[in-house]
Design a protein around this ligand. Structure first.
Ligand SMILES: Nc1ncnc2c1ncn2[C@@H]1O[C@H](COP(=O)(O)OP(=O)(O)O)[C@@H](O)[C@H]1O
Ligand SMILES: [Mg+2]
Length: 303
């Protein structure tokens, strides 16, 4: 049984328990500070801007008074450390081995955003010993009190690692650009998540768009195909981030664009995106919290 299948079983098996922990108001939106939102930011194709989006979205949320934790689950090279100017020396492997507490490996990025740095261990979370799982869960329990939002930078594609994080998160933001290969790869990811794992709800974000019209047409084209071949899927349009030359300048300064070039054209789109994600009215009540994410990730069903 592969990790994703295993995970799906766990999620199904736990659904009753998860409902007990739902903490939504009448509109289905979260109201209490102790119920963090968990978003996986993902894509079919690499290089579409996920890491820059995670970094800037985190800053936008933090400026709205939210306490944000980023989990870098992408083992690729250009990770969140680069755009946040961080040089982390510890990682989650050390927490799993019981050598460090989570608080000792979480690093602070710009404007107080917290980061769990990337490491090879994220690929092995499902295969931990029971003792290690309990270590990790106890550690992550505290995060529910410490953070309002967890953003996971998942990496790209349909590899089991990417799917794994997408299944465990409450909400999935699929990033794509107007480039045809990015659209077809996004569709491939939707198809795998929908057919193989039964995931129906996705949030789409178009990056590097020329304008609103182009972004909407990318969204509409993908929606048309999905409606035809993936009946029952629901794709929400969360807006777009324009193609913006200031990204190159910001990355070379190792700073998020919201910090280094606040007047750049894309900045207001990040603020709008954060606002949309916090206040979207058609949100389904979502299950779980950060501890549940970890339970699903590491296959721990007890407690
Ligand atoms: N809206 C944008 N406009 C222009 N360049 C962008 C935009 N978003 C991202 N980029 C650039 O695209 C490249 C890939 O971005 P990155 O965030 O590393 O993608 P991913 O994490 O999906 O691989 C980076 O050089 C980044 O500066
Ligand atoms: Mg990346």
């Amino acid at each position: 049984m592969d990790q994703a299948t295993h995970l799906r079983r766990i999620i199904k098996g736990e659904s009753d328990k998860i409902i007990e922990f739902k903490n939504t108001n009448q509109n289905g939106t979260f109201s209490t500070p102790n119920t963090p939102r968990v978003f996986a930011v993902t894509s079919g194709k690499g290089g579409v801007g996920k890491t820059n989006i995670v970094g800037n979205l985190a800053i936008a949320f933090q400026r709205m008074g939210k306490r944000v934790l980023i989990f870098d689950a992408d083992l690729g090279l250009a990770n969140i450390d680069i755009i946040f100017g961080l040089n982390p020396v510890h990682n989650i492997d050390e927490v799993i081995r019981g050598e460090k507490d989570l608080s000792q490996i979480i690093v602070k990025g710009p404007e107080g955003v917290s980061v769990i740095p990337a490491c090879s261990g994220v690929q092995e979370l499902a295969n931990l010993t029971e003792g290690h799982k309990i270590n990790l869960l106890n550690e992550f329990d505290n995060l529910n009190r410490m953070f309002d939002i967890l953003l996971i930078d998942t990496g790209a594609g349909i590899s089991s690692n990417v799917i794994y994080f997408n299944l465990a998160a409450q909400e999935r933001i699929i990033v794509l650009t107007p480039e045809p290969t990015s659209i077809t790869d996004a569709y491939a990811l939707l198809k795998v998540m929908f057919y193989k794992h039964g995931t129906k709800h996705f949030i789409l974000l178009i990056n590097m768009a020329g304008n609103d019209k182009q972004a909407r047409s990318v969204y509409e084209n993908l929606t048309k195909v999905a409606d035809k071949f993936l009946g029952g899927i629901s794709l929400d349009y969360s807006g777009y981030i324009p193609k913006d030359d200031f990204f190159v300048k910001a990355v070379s300064k190792r700073e998020p664009i919201l910090c280094s070039y606040p007047k750049a054209p894309s900045c207001k789109h990040f603020n709008q995106l954060a606002d949309y994600l916090l206040h979207q009215t058609n949100r389904r009540p979502v299950d779980g919290n950060i501890k549940f994410l970890w339970k699903r990730l590491i296959g721990q069903t007890a407690g």
